[in-house]
Write a protein of this length. Sequence first.
Lengths: 410, 256
Amino acid sequence: MIEAVGLTKRYGAKTAVHNLSFQVRPGTVTGFLGPNGSGKSTTMRMILGLDVPTSGSVTIGGYPFAKLPNAPRQVGALLDAKAVHGGRSARLHLLSLAQLAGLPARRVDEVLGVVGLQDVARKRSKGFSLGMGQRLGIAAALLGDPQVLLFDEPVNGLDPEGILWVRNLMKQLAAEGRTVFVSSHLMSEMALTAEHLIVIGRGQLLADMTVKDFISANSADFARVRTADTEPEGREKLTAALVEAGGQVLAEPGGALRVTGVPLPRISDLAHDADVRLWELSPHQASLEEAYMRMTQGAVDYRSTADQRAGLMQADPYAQGYGYGATPPQGQGWGQPAQGWGQPGQGWGQPAPGNPYPTLTGEQPNPYAPPQPAQAPAAPPAGPSAPAAPAGAPATAPADLTKRDSEDAR
Amino acid sequence: MAVATQVLQSEWTKIKSVRSTVWTLGLALVVTVALGILISALSKSNFDKLSPKERLTFDPTFTSFAGMGLGQLAMIVFGVLVVSNEYSTGMIRTSLAAVPQRGTFLFSKITIATLLTLAVSMVTSFLAFFLGQAMLGEHKASIGDPGVLRAVIGGGLYMTLITVFSMGIATMLRSPMLSLGILMPFFFLISNILGAVPATKKVAQYFPDQAGRKVMQVITLDDDAPYGPWGGFAIMVLWVVAALVGAYVVLRERDA
């Protein structure tokens, strides 16, 4: 069990990880998703005691890493597959790590067999391909037969067979009751491997839920509505009506609205009642990858008029977690960084003037975020009865899965 | 202490499994001994041309150590690589994830490298002495002469301490290029230049190499340094201790 509470890491003015709280439970593969530079590796390093958090803490089995008795037998990690002296053979590299953990030399040969590198064990790792390097890194993580395993981008550079192998290895390790925490920037890969997802963007928690929940929440149908360009006020009018009717409205690039929570005929009725002319009303399905991309783009969809108050961060837990990145609706202009957001505001960069998902008054909170950061792992692990992928799925190349919809997923 | 034993074993595996160890230590030995032989032979053939004062202050022991100025550079490379290899490869994260006790890790690592260096340095020093004296013919010193054994052992200790000092600096700087870029010119050029210029000599004689070199000299008639052979050696030890303390503090405080 890995538990992070209010984990924050600042490098000067830049905040790499901000107030991250989550739990990684044993017995399941937990995917750790986020775009490049979102703070995944920093978080992993803090878990391993390599970087000291600016504030907050993270523990493994109740201990901070530095206080963990016999750490290499309890925690195994793959941080960087290239972190090997190229002049050293694979076997001697692993042997030095085994000795560091007080393990016998025969354990080295065992893990070399597990990752399939026994034939090149005595070759210098300089000549290893990226995939062989990943296997060597995984072997190092497995050395101490640890209960807690961390893998940072383990499938980078692996061929499809290697990816399948890693995926099955992760699941097997979790099935043995271990805690498996795998980072990736590929939603499609995690949807197949993990049962639980922790999504971060710009160092903040965006989602903490089971893959099942994520799929059902994100593969929901939505309607694309385009009001007549000739009547610009119609868009606001319709948005207000839809929100009032319990719908969620997102502005899309190009002026269309993305509506969820209201069936198509009802949208038509509402538009009619509001006397708004529609140029488009079409049913759509969001792909998982798309939902994930949108979630992590920083244009997170929570907005309210109260946002503009200074000192809001202390007052409103939602704003603290999810409110940055996009500009308040009635703000003084897109490019202006908000002043009232406290220190993190500095680090996020200003919202681009051409924000592809500008927000509108009356929009709903990010529906995928947990209700409160404090009770992050809201949903219990799905358990073995809910494997993340259908039986046939692992054989499919991940590239084919980027456009998954609800049908594929279940 | 079980952890320390584990780190010692692991570090020994690491040191002997890379080629740079053999190359740097081998080069240090060969360069020091070969250059010592060469300079000793030249000194012998030139001895008759020396002035009476120069003959009086001729130090056969120190002459056979003439290659150390160059040989120590290879030692510095060894010391820097032992430490900075961990950083340049990223291996340091794996190591520290296995051994969260950073002080134990650092000092075990330095201990292993130091023991190996000490062995090679002593062999180098004695080889350089005996082969150099063989070249000097009738001007040679004997190992039984007063101060000579101390100087030869001191030569081995000097090379060892230079290496440990480099390890400390490399731990603080992390980058092999930066460490070598500072240490090599300093010990090869800057220290010697400052030591030769009268205005800066007073300061330069407290530099680790200049102070430490004192222990290798037997005949010091023309020397006005305010410390004796072991005094100079002690100054060098202080430098090394300072470097190690700095290394420990940096490793403990900074993110890996």
